[in-house]
Design a protein around this ligand. Sequence first.
Ligand SMILES: Nc1ncnc2c1ncn2[C@@H]1O[C@H](COP(=O)(O)OP(=O)(O)O)[C@@H](O)[C@H]1O
Ligand SMILES: [Mg+2]
Length: 288
Amino acid sequence: MHDQAARLRERLQRSVQTRPTRLVTVTSGKGGVGKSNFTLNFALGLMEKGQKVVIFDVDLGLANLDVLMGISPKMHLLHLLEPDRTIWDILEKGPNGLEFIAGGSGFTQILQFDDQKLDTLFSRLEHLQGYADTVFFDTGAGISHESLRFMLSSDEVLLVTTPEPTAITDAYAVIKMIHSKNPHARIRLIINRVGSRQEGKNTADKLSLVAKRFLGMEIGTLGYIPDDASVSKAVKQQKPFFLSYPNSQAAKGIRELVDAYLDNAARNPQNDGGGLRGFLSKMKNLIR
Ligand SMILES: Nc1ncnc2c1ncn2[C@@H]1O[C@H](COP(=O)(O)OP(=O)(O)O)[C@@H](O)[C@H]1O
Ligand SMILES: [Mg+2]
C-alpha cells in the first residue's frame, strides 16, 4: 500500500516536469571506436551540470552499456508491452542515478509488430516526453537500417571516429548514407583517442572538408577526447572513467565536450523538432 502511494507520487512528480527534449543518436562507421564509453561518460558529464539525461541502449548485437556500468538490467524495452507496464518500470538506474533503457533485441522485433502492438509500445514510450533534456541512443556500428532509422528520426547525430584512416573512411560512409536520405541532417563529429589536439583537429578538418566538397554538406565538430589508459582501466573495473578517474585526460576531454554541447544548445534553443513525440512519429513512418 505504502509502496503504491510512493510510486504514484513519483509518477506525478515526473509528469509535471516538462522540457524541450533533444533526441541525439550516437553512432560510428567502424566498431570499437568508443561510442558507448563516450555516451555513458558524456551523459554523466551533463548530469554534473544539472542536466536530465536518459540513455537508450539500442546497440542490437552487442548491448553493452550495462556491462560498462557493472549492472545487469532487470527490464528491457519489450517489457513495456506487458499489461499495465509504464515507462517508469523499465527505466533502469546506473551510477550517480543515471537513467537508461536496455533496448536488447527489441528494435529488430518491432519491425514484425502489428499496428496495435506498435501503438501500445510507442504510446507508452511517449510518456518520456518532456522528462529529459537529452535522450541519447547508443547505436551499433556501421550502416544498418536499424541505426539509420534512429539517425533520421533524431534531432542530431553525434558521429564518433578515431584518427585511424579506416575509422575515418567508415565515418565518411555514414555521412554519405545520412546525406542521401536527408541532406539537411545535423551531424557533429567527436574525434576519440587523439594523440594531440592537433591530431583531432586534422581529422575533423579532413572529414568536414570532404563532406563539404563532395556532398555540399556542413558537418560540425563537438570536440576531441584524448587517448587515455584510464578508459581501458575503467572498462575493466566496470565503472565509468568520468567517475573513477575524474582527473584523467579523458574526463577532462569529456568536460570540454559538455561545455561545448551546452554552449551550443544555449545558442540554438530547440526550435521544436517535436521532442520525443516527433521522434516517435518519424520512427513510425520509417518502420511502416
Ligand atoms: N579515449 C580512449 N582512450 C583509450 N582507449 C579508449 C578510448 N575510448 C575507447 N577506448 C577503448 O576502446 C574500447 C571500445 O570502446 P566502446 O566504447 O565499447 O566502443 P564502441 O561502443 O564504439 O564499440 C574500450 O573498451 C577502450 O578499451
Ligand atoms: Mg558500443
